[in-house]
Design a protein around this ligand. Structure first.
Ligand code: RRO
Length: 290
């Protein structure tokens, strides 16, 4: 068993928010799916107070060794998450981490407070790093702003608070230190790198949202550098992610100082990737060809 912020986890591999839909997976793969859940904890897709449509299509572009998304945070809002998603997730065999985002400190506070009564929610991840929405809350890259946000929300929740950091900043370690100073229990990184894809016909930006966020193997070495910098700066646990597709990639992030590793884009290619990567990690991944 792995201990993480008071949660007891079966192994060190969890999903990156938004990259694995446990409810759709159950519909596609059947009830069996919950029994063989690939991750040691489940992080749900970011929710906001009010429902959002998300960005206009196209929302995806495949680049060399990467995926650019401009999803734009579509979700049915806090109320529907509590009334519909939480009961549907009741069968989850692993702890639930709910990811939230607000456009003001007060909004984040409201989200965190509303989850306080939901016993199913084991921890909360604060998304201060989405590249695809103009939130008004642009503090993900500002160490002092992050500290102030955490000071505001920390007293409102008894749950572990994990801060999802942006890689789109000059000094991610300073941001992590700000989050810790404000009372964060852990940090997670990296979210996607801001990126643009041009339409093949020369008509301009491909993505409906204009720009997007790059994920996948293309960003793995950036993640390694940033996780290493953050782990060297803070004393709270670090969840490392970015381009992990096999046990060796996960091992490198753990060696860089991460306590847990999250799998994102690889789950779109292989929905069982989380379990495979956890197994490869445990086996020492000596058989994996690169
Ligand atoms: O929904 C998105 O467009 C999105 C989010 Br909330 C995020 O945190 N990271 C990302 O790449 N896309």
């Amino acid at each position: 068993m792995i201990e993480f912020c008071g949660l007891r986890l079966r192994h060190r591999v969890i999903n990156a928010s938004g990259c694995f839909d446990a409810l759709s997976a159950e519909r596609v793969f059947g009830e069996q799916h919950f029994a063989q859940f690939p991750f040691a904890a489940y992080v749900s897709k970011t929710i906001t107070l009010a429902a959002r449509e998300g960005n206009p299509p196209p929302r995806l572009w495949e680049s060399a060794a990467g995926l650019i998304n401009s999803i734009g945070l579509p979700n049915r809002g806090l109320r529907a998450y509590i009334d519909a998603d939480l009961p549907a997730l009741a069968g989850l065999p692993v702890p639930l981490i709910t990811n939230v985002m607000g456009s003001t400190m007060e909004e984040v506070g409201e989200l965190v407070e509303a989850l306080e009564d939901q016993r199913q929610v084991a921890a909360i991840e604060l998304n201060v790093s989405c590249p695809n929405v103009a939130t008004g809350l642009d503090i993900g890259a500002d160490p002092r702003g992050l500290e102030a946000l955490l000071r505001h929300v920390r007293p409102l929740s008894s749950r572990p608070l994990i801060v999802k950091l942006t890689p789109n900043t000059a000094d991610v370690a300073a941001c992590a230190a700000g989050a810790q100073a404000g009372g964060a229990d852990a940090v997670s990184l990296i979210n996607t790198l801001r990126a643009v894809a041009l339409a093949p016909d020369g008509s301009g930006a491909w993505l409906g949202g204009g720009s997007g966020g790059l994920s996948g193997p293309a960003i793995r070495t950036v993640a390694l550098a940033q996780v290493s910098a953050v782990a060297g700066r803070v004393t709270i646990p670090v969840v490392g992610m970015g381009g992990v597709s096999c046990g060796r990639d996960a091992r490198e992030l753990l060696d860089a100082g991460a306590t847990l590793v999250a799998v994102g884009t690889e789950s779109f290619r292989d929905p069982a990737a989380g379990a495979r990567i956890a197994r490869e990690l445990e086996d020492g991944f000596t058989q994996i060809a690169h």
